[in-house]
Design a protein around this ligand. Structure first.
Ligand SMILES: NC(=O)c1ccc[n+]([C@@H]2O[C@H](COP(=O)([O-])OP(=O)(O)OC[C@H]3O[C@@H](n4cnc5c(N)ncnc54)[C@H](OP(=O)(O)O)[C@@H]3O)[C@@H](O)[C@H]2O)c1
Length: 343
């Protein structure tokens, strides 16, 4: 049996080690992908630290990838060996991405536009999924603002707020709000990436080092004289959720990225937790719409995050996850390269 190198979580809350594992076979409707680049996400270190989401061990982690089609499963049309694609993996060993080969349903991949590298493409899926499921996907998955990802659907001149504007998820939320012509788009973020956030569509940045979450509602009121009905919490802690809710008017809605939060309503305001994945039975239909629209969306309207390439193959991912855990990464996506040798 052909084998590959994989980064494996040995046991619940155990160590991450590089291990030799079988290369999965593509089933009917699937592609086998040679993984060239993988994006790192906070969930990857949280699974190791907290022991959630994954049920059987040893477990391969990782859910962002770009690479080459290596083999086409039975019944697949439209893809051939050598096509360059990107996609969102999942928390099952044959779908996970911190390994050299993985499998994925052919209707949940998109072609990489020629102007982007593997690393740029690998930075997109999970963060964009979180933002787009939260804002656009039909209720109860998200706010249902644009379920067909249609460029003619606008909310011109309506204000929106993004807490955690500098997070990877926040960068996409800002761009998706710009796509629908929300204005102003208010970002709560440090000013480290002021020019960058403006270039993505934030029109008003509230400096989180100057303005406390308790004072955010008055800062938002200064930024817009219209009632705030849409807010996106890309931080995910209770303080950010509470501040986001306080900024809304009655009837307003907040998306939170903390998928373990129970959706709630208070004072005629709604808080909805998003789980941005294309892989669950109830999320898959919107996932197919997303992957059909994705190449055009990132060609024209939404740019990938800035990336930092990690050296040292799969071992480099372990070091990158530690940096994410220590909160040392800002305004950039860390990207690992499973085909490179680890020292
Ligand atoms: N539900 C889902 O489907 C889903 C999917 C993906 C991610 N997530 C979650 O979404 C959150 C963001 O993930 P990510 O990958 O986008 O993170 P990330 O890019 O690693 O976020 C780093 C940024 O977080 C910002 N930050 C930290 N604490 C903050 C606070 N209290 N207020 C405002 N900004 C703060 C920092 O911004 P400054 O530069 O301003 O300091 C830093 O730039 C994580 O909790 C993650 O687990 C959820």
């Amino acid at each position: 049996m052909a084998t590959q190198q994989s980064l494996v979580l040995e046991s619940k809350q155990g160590a991450l080690i590089i291990s030799q594992r079988p290369i999965p076979q593509p089933q009917t409707g699937e592609l086998l992908i040679k993984v060239q680049a993988v994006g790192l996400n906070p969930v990857d270190w949280k699974i190791q630290a907290r022991g959630f989401l994954v049920e059987s061990y040893p477990a391969v982690l990782g859910s962002d990838a770009a690479g080459d089609v290596e083999q086409v499963g039975e019944g697949v049309v439209g893809w051939e060996k050598g096509d360059k694609v990107f996609f969102q993996g999942f928390y099952r060993n044959e779908r996970a991405t911190f390994q050299q080969y993985t499998t994925i349903p052919a209707d949940l991949v998109a072609k990489i536009p020629s102007k982007y590298t593997y690393s740029q493409a690998a930075s997109i899926p999970v963060s964009l999924s979180c933002a787009i499921y939260g804002l656009y996907a039909p209720k109860p998955l998200g706010l249902g603002l644009n379920p067909n990802i249609d460029s003619s659907v606008k909310q011109t001149g309506q204000p929106a707020l993004v807490l955690g504007g500098n997070t990877s998820v926040g960068l996409y939320a800002i761009q998706l709000l710009r796509y629908m012509e929300f204005n102003p788009i208010i970002a709560y973020a440090s000013l480290k990436h002021f020019v960058y956030l403006k270039s993505l569509g934030a029109t008003f940045i509230v400096d989180r080092q100057e303005v406390s979450l308790a004072d955010l509602p008055s800062a938002v009121a200064r930024a817009s004289d219209k009632p705030l009905k849409v807010a996106f919490d890309a931080v995910g802690n209770a303080e950010a959720q509470e501040a986001g809710m306080s900024c809304l008017v009655e009837g307003g809605e907040l998306i939170t990225v903390n998928s373990t939060t129970k959706s709630d309503s208070d004072d005629g305001k709604i808080m909805l937790a998003v789980f941005g994945t294309v892989h669950l039975p109830h999320t898959r239909a919107f996932g197919k719409v997303l992957y059909e629209r994705l190449p055009q969306l990132i060609e024209q309207d939404v740019v990938p995050a800035r990336v930092e390439d990690l050296p040292n193959g799969l071992q480099g991912i372990v070091d990158g996850l530690q940096r994410l855990k220590r909160n040392e990464v800002s305004g950039v996506k860390l990207v690992g390269h499973p085909q490179e040798q680890s020292n």
